[in-house]
Design a protein around this ligand. Sequence first.
Ligand SMILES: *Cc1c(COP(=O)(O)O)cnc(C)c1O
Length: 499
Amino acid sequence: MSETARPDPIRPDATADPAAPHALRRLASVALDALADGAAARGGPLPAGGPEAVAARTRARCVPILPEEGLPVEEALYGVARAAAEGAADPSAPHCVAHLHTPPLAVAAAADLAASALNPSMDSWDQAPAAAVVEDEVTAVLARLVYAGRPAPDAVITSGGTESNLVALLLFRERALAAGARAPRVFVGANAHHSVRRAAWLLGLPEPVVVDCPGGRMDPAALGRALAAHAGRDGSPALVAATAGTTDEGLVDPLPELAEVARAHGAELHVDAAYGGPLLFSERLAPRLAGIEHAVSVTYDLHKLGWQPVAAGVLAVADTALLEPLSLTADYLNADDDTEAGLPDLLGRSIRTSRRPDALKIAATLRALGRRGMGGAVEHCVGVAEEFARAVDAHPALRRHAGSPGISTVLFRPVAADALAATAGEEAGDELVAGIRRELLAEGRAVLGRARVADGDGRRRLWLKVTLLHPRTTAADLDALLKLVAERAENPAPAGTGH
Ligand SMILES: *Cc1c(COP(=O)(O)O)cnc(C)c1O
């Protein structure tokens, strides 16, 4: 190769300059090569060998992190991206189904690259003039998805369900205090995500009252008793935090009944639909969330069902005035005279200051798929879960949890674990289940989740969990997974192996 044919080396301090993206284009292609090379080297949904082997391979490619003299930029980038890809739990792989860990759509990832290059920060108009408009349109659509019948619904973009629940409880606390109430109290189901209780803790609220969830769903009668005992009578305000799509089972609380009980006791309703919210995109599945429109606020994530790279959280509120407690003035970001002169005030749209324009990838995705495409992809995941549940039922070596599927989650366990429980005790049965999961993780062959959930006889047993979020995976892709689990159940590794 002649001297002149060799491309200029990329300076490590080259910016992502949107006007002249040659450095970014070349480096993006280095990163994409590293992803493909890493995925090929991995050869499965998870790296084989367990944590120590992964740590050694990863360090070999990217340590030292801070060398005295920098490396050529392509080499530094390739090493990190290749290590991350080779050692990834890859949600794009059909057998990576443990968590609400989504395969991001290419359109969303590419939009996120554009967002990274532009780097608008959503805390003031003069850092994000157009991105603010996109966010405004996105939040209007996401709010109307929940609150179609309301005159002025609104939504804010968050870092996920955890922040959405925190903001929901913050808004509740501020409403209560503004009304002169003494002891605002939160009521959560025993099935609620831990972030609701943590939010109460962060906000200095009293420990939430935990409501019984027989069968995994909040019991309206139990809620009524809890509200009667703890709230209402002395006028202290209450917020019921229900769940639409529990993390362990994908179950939806009986929202219409809970809304009615809450109303009868003068309590407000918040719905954590971090998982289930996107069912609203589907005409066929939206009725499963009937009653959600009675909530004062609704958490939902688009980095679960919704196929966005993290982060893409939403908090929808029934009326834009409910967001008033977030308003705040900082002279350098939204001075009153700037706002009066017509510069949009973004600071009151978040509890964060600097903030990524997550609305851009959401907008690109929603425009590409449309409501029908979004709904169809959700229906696909739900349909695959139903087929997977039938395949478990048809398999002589496996047993489905009676409550499954919930949305796109299925719990099951080998009948060998039940047999072992009957002869050697429940713990032995549960250990078989736990061991199968860890063995498949250590081999890098499948990423299954686990959940401890009451069985038909009321005993809390350990189950294998699949959470099906891939918009293209089919039930046939999952047959091999069932076979793998059944084989391991017949021939379990000796105790103590497989980590
Ligand atoms: C995932 C989840 C959360 C937490 O959301 P993050 O986006 O991980 O912060 C909260 N509630 C439920 C029901 C969830 O499934």
